[in-house]
Design a protein around this ligand. Structure first.
Ligand SMILES: [Zn+2]
Ligand SMILES: [Zn+2]
Length: 303
């Protein structure tokens, strides 16, 4: 089971009841955070998830609404007793920015590994259980969308192991994906395991204009979390000039990418009631949810 939570759904400026952008994924107790706007810690505290287990922090870009919560969070993680390193990934400028923010969080008991993304290529990182795909998107300054994949283990078949005459002592190693050579005989995981099974995929894009590559990138996500800066279709010109999206544009991506669910987030502070515009998205993609701070969902592997 994988848990996903929106920690903050505000864009640009926090308003009462709406923190700035952040979301968190939890799998087998390990945590991955994307963005860390002001108020992220407040939501984490209310949520009650172990922040000590945040192993990775991903930054989409360096507008303040996505990163200003970082120094406080690093200090709180330090107070939680964490000693293991944390990996932080973000666009070019990450090293300078994190080094600057760390001036007010100078002594941390754990190390920080920084992965700076250059240019406009696609990237891949594997950290713990999380396969992280990274795509450059269109926001005026370097900005990346992330897609988190969690793989599902292949099923072990006792009958298959017996039929292939695999010695019992090798079963557990083969189950973990190792190959074993004994004399001229090679034992492979295929001799005891079933076919590959679909994992889980969570995609996250804020802030950006829509684009063809983004559709391919979020294809068949279980949850696609996307910015919806404005709900009203009449604000499209504004979305274009500030390089954001309106609800209906996010919904078109969700539809074309055949995702399971669309969660809208990163709302303009001028939009007090995003719910009022939900039909603009639902008319295009039915399974749309208006994000709210601490909206949580647990998803399971499908049979
Ligand atoms: Zn933003
Ligand atoms: Zn931005």
């Amino acid at each position: 089971m994988l848990d996903v939570c929106l920690l903050g759904c505000g864009g640009s400026m926090p308003i009462p009841g709406r923190n700035l952008t952040a979301m968190i994924v939890s799998y087998q107790g390990r945590k991955l955070l994307i963005d860390c706007g002001e108020g992220t810690q407040v939501s984490l505290k209310i949520l009650g998830w172990k922040i000590r287990n945040i192993d990775v922090i991903l930054f989409t870009h360096f507008h303040a609404d996505h990163i200003a919560g970082l120094p406080g969070l690093l200090l709180t993680i330090a107070n939680s007793g964490r000693l293991e390193p944390i990996t932080i990934i973000g666009p070019y400028g990450l090293i300078k920015i994190v080094t600057g923010l760390k001036v007010i969080a100078p002594v941390l008991p754990y190390s920080i590994e920084l992965v700076e993304l250059h240019g406009k290529e696609k990237y891949f990182q594997k950290i713990g259980y999380f396969n992280i795909n990274i795509l450059s998107v269109d926001h005026g300054i370097p900005c990346f969308a992330y897609s988190i994949d969690v793989q599902r283990n292949r099923k072990f078949y006792r009958e298959k192991a017996l039929k292939n005459k695999v010695p019992l002592i090798f079963w557990s190693k083969l189950q973990k994906g190792e190959e074993i050579k004994q004399g001229d005989k090679l034992y492979t995981p295929d001799m005891v395991l079933g076919h590959g099974r679909r994992g889980l995929k969570i995609s996250y894009c804020t802030d950006s204009r829509p684009g063809r590559e983004l559709v391919e990138f979020v294809k068949e996500s279980d949850i696609f979390i996307c910015e919806g800066m404005y709900g009203d279709d009449e604000k499209k010109h504004k979305a274009i000039s500030y390089k954001h999206m309106i609800f209906s544009e996010a919904a078109v991506i969700a539809k074309e990418a055949e995702v399971e669910e669309l969660w809208l987030t990163h709302f303009s502070p001028s939009m007090i009631e995003p719910q009022a515009y939900i039909e603009n998205a639902k008319n295009i993609f039915k399974n749309t949810i208006i994000g709210q701070d601490r909206y949580v969902k647990s998803i399971n592997f499908k049979e």
